[in-house]
Design a protein around this ligand. Sequence first.
Ligand SMILES: Cc1cc2nc3c(=O)[nH]c(=O)nc-3n(C[C@H](O)[C@H](O)[C@H](O)COP(=O)(O)OP(=O)(O)OC[C@H]3O[C@@H](n4cnc5c(N)ncnc54)[C@H](O)[C@@H]3O)c2cc1C
Length: 301
Amino acid sequence: MQLKNFLCFLKDNGISFSENEMMKNHTTFKIGGAADVFVRPKTKDELKETIKSAKENRVPVLLLGNGSNLLVSDKGIEGAVIDMSCLGGIEVKENEIICGAGESLRKLCIAARDSGLTGLEFAYGIPGTVGGALFMNAGAYGGEMADVTVSAVCLDKDLKEIMLTKEQMELSYRSSVFKKNGFIILSVKFSLSYGEKEKISAEMDEIFKRRVDKQPLDFPSAGSTFKRPEGYFAGTLIDNAGLKGKSVGGAAVSEKHAGFIINRDNATASDVLSLIDIVKKEIKKKNGVSLFEEVIFVGRR
Ligand SMILES: Cc1cc2nc3c(=O)[nH]c(=O)nc-3n(C[C@H](O)[C@H](O)[C@H](O)COP(=O)(O)OP(=O)(O)OC[C@H]3O[C@@H](n4cnc5c(N)ncnc54)[C@H](O)[C@@H]3O)c2cc1C
């Protein structure tokens, strides 16, 4: 990796960046060591140029949405973390919305509601960006991104802009083709149905209230730690195994919702990883069920 050349490129082109940026300031878990370089492109062109230079200089890249599904290593991240928030814009055309990948799901849901469009209520309260949500095929309360997505404009491996249809995205439970192909999502087209603003608004409020009632939102976390194992709920298995409140260092299984590992008190990524390991072993022993992480671990091992 030729990090120095990459840094020179950023400087020469006036692209905003900082070195040794602590990732705990950029994740909802409030965990994570330093990224070698944290880049904040201001436009799509700057983003493209940044990624092109990173490739040329063999600098590994991590795209960052809102950091709400990430557990970042205490040893930090080798290479560049790229903040995607420059990819904004929400355009409503009849019953379709085209949304920049860096926009928050919250803003998208509000735009849909204000336009009297129904279908995105499930996503209200998921604290991610549109790009991160499509990458994860995020879902809740019976809905998921796959239900409303039509297509996405992406940068492929050669940094060519291409359009993928929903079918090409291979959206499945908390997964998508983007986990394999490394494409960069630039914008997403959604198709919604016409509805009544008041009803949409009431449904969003109800879903938000359920989150506040059930989830440990007063502690940093990355949401559900584990995927739902077939035929079970991870939280129920963990609760029944008596693991609520179980802790390692500053990380603990939430007392409010056993499906969440929370950062109770200055947890490290290694605390969280050890606790994940304990929970997985205990559930395998007690129930014969294998749990798999929904949270994505990134950074130096
Ligand atoms: C309190 C809480 C509640 C949550 N509830 C839910 C829930 O109900 N349902 C649910 O599914 N999830 C939930 N989550 C998890 C998380 O919010 C979702 O997975 C969200 O979609 C992640 O989006 P993000 O922008 O934060 O992505 P990040 O965490 O920043 O990134 C996730 C992955 O997406 C990639 N990525 C991001 N942007 C792009 C892009 N433009 N192009 C290509 N790749 C990209 C990243 O590189 C990374 O690999 C919750 C999290 C928290 C903290």
